[in-house]
Design a protein around this ligand. Sequence first.
Ligand code: XMP
Length: 512
Amino acid sequence: MEKIVVLDFGGQYNQLIARRVRECNVYCEIVPYDKAEEMLKNERPNGIIFTGGPNSVFSEASPHIYPEIFDLGIPILGICYGCQLMAYTLGGTVTTAPHSEYGKTETHYDKTSPLFSNILNMPDFAISWMSHTDYISEAPEGFRVTAHTENCPIAAMENPERKLYAVQFHPEVNHTEYGIAMIDSFVRNVCGCKGDWQMEGFIEKTVAEIRREVGDGNVVLGLSGGVDSSVAAALISRAIGKRLTCVFVDQGLMRKDEGDFVEETFTKLFDMNFVRINCQQEFYQKLKGVVDPEEKRHIIGEEFYRVFWNKIRENYATGYFAQGTIYPDRIESGKGDAAVIKTHHNQVKRPENIKFQGVIEPLKDLFKDEVRKVGDLLGIPKQLVWRQPFPGPGLGVRIIGDITEEKVKLLQEADAVLRDEMAKNGYEKELSQFFAVLPGIKTVGVMGDGRTYEQLVAIRAVTTDDFMTADWAKIPYDILGRVSNRIINEVDGINRVVYDITSKPPGTVEWE
Ligand code: XMP
């Protein structure tokens, strides 16, 4: 299998580089820089990419690379810090730049370079995205300079005989014009990859691996009904059928009819042992009178933990444990200590006193869009595969103040109307997330000739690329009007609908 390895020197765009390579249909893995030597003793990837990083190469404490890596004959592309590291290790000069460069920078390219020569309509000058305080002032012997900017004399350099290439800018970010094509050039022209990595191949390979690992053993998986655990379930089911047990906890805080939908999907379409734990009342009981958002999150998390692990301890603690961890979960979980705005729990905590034979994470190397592709290929309904993110604590954080069964029902009904209207008007794909919120406020209204005093519902809809920031969605007034009319007419107990026009920041997507 063709493969490119991204050597991680601590840059912020490492995942993006890997995604770009995979978009060329070439499998790509990120490996810490200090594991490179060991890894390359055992395998020979088609190419290596050095990432950026926050350090200066001339500081002794900075990450360095063993020099023999450049003699293996494997094509290497250095990006930003990786570019400087290549220059430094091979005898060039790296110094603090007289002028740091940040952001969009006019760059001149020498289009005879194999990195730039096959790119359709690429001009001699184009914008690149720079972010550096050091620069290469002198290229190593045998290298020629193939790009420069006003303040950076060596914005790209290469030694084609040794298959070594380096760029000071970041081709992986969208702001670099033709950047993605440059990565494609490296992968295809320089590394000679054909680009035949397809999700079908991934499925076959993973199914075989699961069979090999599990043998004739059993696997238990916590199914939440979200994309990742659903795809993991379908994949493992393909490998071992009924020896997979999926445990699905219905805590009564899901969208309308969702528990039934998940159960129907996985019992009818897939071969597995499906266990549904109906513990709605227990959750409502535990949440009675609790209004503080973090306390609610805590209770929901703890209760889930208790119910889920009790079930597993009783019946399934002897085999393998599977979960739908995906690549970004693994990378993000290593991150530092940013301020806690709200506690998200994405990975299932495991009690120490349950010893499984092993842990299976079949999606651990995939990005979300790749997981969705696998889900489509495995025949999971689109409604599940393309579903929006849904918070772990569910409607619990969309009911402000205390949670009761009645409030859950009211919110589920209002939310179902909203979802129906969005789907009918083709807004499902355009919006990143939309939902109804029950703020727990009663307002006065008039219906027929009578006074009403009922609940208010808020509609929240956002567009975003990464959920770190988000814009409130500019849904046309007539559609909002229809949503409002329908909710008030169809949902008994609601007499007013408002639309949330707060972006993130300063708001968050969810209200709690
Ligand atoms: P916020 O509200 O933090 O939401 O702007 C960003 C994204 O995260 C989802 N979200 C959660 N997901 N557990 C989760 O798994 C949680 O506790 C949680 N809280 C918010 C939210 O729906 C949005 O997509």
